[in-house]
Design a protein around this ligand. Structure first.
Ligand SMILES: N[C@@H](CCC(=O)N[C@@H](CS)C(=O)NCC(=O)O)C(=O)O
Length: 225
């Protein structure tokens, strides 16, 4: 089994975090052709995105599906609770991240440069982001993790994305409150993530990759000015 991708992607990080929680030794491999759009990689994964998991020559794309697969075949610590409603809640957290949190994050990327910022677009993205984060707060279980007292696939989806949002949104748009620093549900959840070695190390590794990306972006903005 080989995972194609790099820790600079929140979706790859999701899978890596689950593998580490479960104690699965998952090789992180360079993409054939060097990029998701290379003909070599597209021949393997026509969706042309990372991550993808190579299993006996087959391609398994989509981070959520890969996590479910690892959960079924991987053994080790469970990434889903036993109780059916709690299992559904872990999956729901993952879905909320993909459907309601992730889409508006890219809107902030386009507004990074204060000199060219469209405040109406920022306000619209903020409303969507707050809605998505509100859904997470509403539907997360008792905790302290997304569901219960150990991390699940819900945490693996949410933690990298919240790290991305901390670095992209809360650090650059100071008017938007960071709920991971408060004492609400996302605050207690983030404290739990940071108290777990596998979660913290993975999410911090991802954070460093985002820092590198942000520095490159800042340099580009400076060069354009
Ligand atoms: N729904 C996909 C999303 C994966 C995705 O969007 N990956 C991005 C990197 S974060 C990608 O590969 N983009 C293509 C590119 O950069 O060319 C999943 O969950 O795996």
């Amino acid at each position: 089994m080989k995972l194609y991708g790099a820790l600079a992607s929140p979706y790859v990080t999701r899978v890596v975090m689950l593998a580490r929680i479960k104690g699965i030794d998952l090789e992180l491999a360079e993409l054939p052709g060097g990029s998701p759009r290379s003909p070599e990689y597209v021949a393997f994964n026509p969706i042309a995105k990372i991550p993808s998991l190579e299993v006996d020559g087959h391609c398994l794309p989509e981070s959520e599906v890969i996590c479910e697969y690892l959960e079924e075949v991987g053994g080790g610590a469970p990434g889903l609770p036993v109780d059916p409603l709690e299992r559904a809640t872990a999956r729901l957290v993952s879905r909320i991240v993909d459907l309601y949190v992730a889409p508006c994050t890219s809107d902030f990327f386009r507004q990074m440069n204060p000199a060219t910022r469209d405040q109406a677009a920022v306000d619209a993205a903020t409303a969507e982001l707050n809605k998505g984060l509100g859904f997470l707060e509403h539907f997360m279980g008792n905790g302290p993790f997304a569901v219960g007292d150990v991390p699940t696939i819900g945490d693996c989806a949410a933690a990298p994305y919240l790290m991305l949002i901390r670095k992209i949104v809360f650090a650059n748009f100071s008017e938007i409150a960071d709920p991971t620093k408060g004492d609400g549900r996302l605050g207690t959840w983030w404290t739990a993530i940071m108290s777990d070695d596998a979660c913290r190390n993975t999410v911090e590794e991802y954070g460093k990759a985002v820092d590198g990306f942000m520095q490159a972006m800042a340099a580009r903005i400076t060069a354009q000015a």
